[in-house]
Design a protein around this ligand. Structure first.
Ligand code: 5GP
Ligand code: ZN
Length: 113
């Protein structure tokens, strides 16, 4: 966990452009954005991915949904829409093994896959 880049951002050991936080989640801009809005919504607790039972916590998922809505609103994406993705496992393209949701928007996103 000491090696986990998102835990280090949450601990304030690494810089990030934080756009939202509450007691369950922190959200900051992706260092390599692929869309005009590319925010990562990250659990404060170190949970590897959606397969972990802790990821199904009701309060955590409510906080994620609230963060999505508030960030999308702040970014001006409520009318046009946006995409939320959580890569789960290496085959899905996950590269940081700490639960997170990509919030993408501000351009035509095209088909998944
Ligand atoms: P994944 O590939 O696991 O779905 O997403 C991890 C994301 O974290 C990538 O889009 C990557 O650009 C981003 N990322 C990796 N290291 C850092 C960092 O130190 N700071 C920020 N803001 N984003 C990071
Ligand atoms: Zn972590």
């Amino acid at each position: 966990m000491g090696e986990c880049v998102f835990c280090r951002i949450i601990a304030g050991e690494l810089p990030a452009t934080i756009v939202y936080q509450d007691d369950k989640v922190m959200a900051f801009r992706d260092i390599h954005p692929v869309a005009p809005t590319h925010v990562l919504i990250v659990s404060r607790e170190h949970i590897p991915d959606l397969r972990a039972p802790e990821a199904a916590d009701r309060d955590l998922m409510a906080a994620v949904a609230k963060a999505i809505r508030l960030i999308a609103e702040k970014e001006g994406l409520l009318a046009e829409g946006f995409r939320v993705v959580s890569n789960t496992g290496v085959k899905a393209g996950q590269s940081v093994f700490h639960l997170h949701f990509h919030l993408l928007g501000g351009r035509e996103l095209g088909a998944l896959g």
